[in-house]
Ligand binder design. Structure first.
Ligand SMILES: [Ca+2]
Ligand SMILES: [Ca+2]
Length: 409
């Protein structure tokens, strides 16, 4: 499958692609509308020409507790027992140096490796009050650069995915723990890298004084083993994850007025590609020999062909091509806004899908089979006409005369 990455700047978005209401119809548009009504009928005023919305996941950045999405990552490369034992021993030593290791930006699995049984005490009391350091360390957080704040990592005692962990920015460390004695985040930490895995050990902080210096507490010990976490690089699988996908079929306003709705057929998907949400457009067919533009790009040119029909059959010297993929940085929850234009009579026409108006674009399901060249859509889908006048009719696409639709193979 061919892939093309095009930037948003190339994408002419049809924010006002509806025809200006007060703009008179051209002769071409008038003829098109009349023929549509003659062959198919008058649309219902509530007809929206399909459900143009795509489900967009809220975010794939930062803490990801949705384990169903973890399948787009390979399982973690856990360190061996011997390795972790060595790390715990190393953290068990006194250390008052400064960190020289920082964790590169990327996706990481994070989980607790070890919590020390070391104790601290508070006095004076009739009996000294002892507590485990980690009992006063209620959570580990990471600094979420997009939110500009620390986000607690729930479930860190098992396994958690953090996507797009940012580097230490010189001000805010990547990780913190919450110190219950002082009710604030603390950062006393030491980072060790071993065999590509990062270990962050925290030293519970206590300053020797509490309650206006009336109560003493055992001071910190500069041993960074009160809570040790593992930060393991999370490698993505090569495949991209598709969240939702629909198909759009277009009629190009050319003068043959065949209403085969195959003049441009493209699929629009919300995908996760390399950790970023994108809109993926897959061009399936170009059933016209006239120029037609998708997001401002002439589609025959994208396929590197002359003005021939592509993947639509017919007797006009059409050709077969592998579908063509484009990726847009913009994430489209409403795919009406993706523009398709044609140029006739010295004028750019945006192919429209306005509610209640005669359409040149229709949104269908991903498994819709488009027509062979020159065959009206009502021939292959006998319930299409009913749907045009009665939008509540469901399933018109399921009633298909398969001998009339284009067969890719
Ligand atoms: Ca046509
Ligand atoms: Ca066609």
């Amino acid at each position: 499958m061919w892939k093309i990455l095009i930037s948003l700047s190339l994408c002419v978005v049809c924010l006002s692609c509806s025809k200006e209401l007060d703009e008179p119809l051209t002769q071409r548009e008038t003829s098109y509308n009349k023929a549509f009504e003659d062959y198919i009928g008058k649309p219902n005023s509530e007809q929206t020409w399909g459900d143009w919305t795509l489900k967009v996941p809220s975010s794939t950045r930062g803490l990801n507790n949705d384990t169903t999405t973890w399948t787009s990552f390979k399982t973690p490369n856990y360190p061996s027992y011997t390795e972790t034992f060595g790390v715990i021993v190393t953290f068990g030593g006194f250390y008052d140096g400064t960190n020289t290791v920082s964790i590169p930006k990327g996706d990481y699995w994070v989980m607790t490796l070890y919590k020390n049984e070391g104790q601290y005490y508070i006095e004076p009391t009739s009996t000294r009050h002892w507590f485990y350091a980690h009992s006063k360390m209620s959570s580990i957080s990471f600094y979420d650069q997009s939110k500009k704040k620390y986000e607690p990592i729930v479930n860190i005692d098992s396994l958690v995915l953090i996507e797009s962990l940012d580097e230490y920015d010189g001000v805010m460390p990547q990780f913190a723990y919450y110190n219950e004695l002082y009710s604030e985040n603390h950062f006393e930490q030491r980072i060790i890298e071993h065999n590509g895995i990062y270990y962050v050990g925290f030293d519970f902080y206590a300053d020797g004084f509490l309650d206006n210096h009336m109560t003493n507490i055992h001071e910190r010990d500069y041993i960074y083993n009160d809570w040790i976490i593992m930060v393991i690089p999370a490698d993505r699988r090569d495949q991209e994850k598709v969240y939702d996908e629909k198909r759009v079929i277009c009629e190009d306003l050319s003068s043959n007025l065949d209403f085969d709705f195959n003049d441009l057929v493209y699929d629009v998907a919300i995908v996760d590609l390399d950790g970023r949400l994108k809109t993926r457009i897959t061009i399936q067919a170009v059933g016209t020999t006239q120029p037609i533009n998708l997001c401002g790009n002439e589609v025959h040119h994208l396929f590197n062909t002359s003005m021939v029909c592509i993947n639509s059959g017919g007797k006009k010297g059409g050709i077969k091509k592998e579908p063509l993929k484009l990726y847009l940085d913009e994430v489209y929850g409403n795919i009406r806004d993706i523009s398709v234009t044609v140029f006739y009579d010295n004028k750019i026409h945006f192919l429209g899908c306005q509610k209640g108006s005669i359409p040149q674009k229709i949104c269908v399901s991903k498994d819709y089979k488009w027509n062979s060249e020159g065959l009206g859509i009502w021939l292959s889908y006998p319930r299409f006409k009913d749907w045009v006048s009665q939008p509540s009719i469901d399933g018109w696409m399921n009633n298909c005369k398969t001998e009339l639709v284009y067969q890719m193979r």
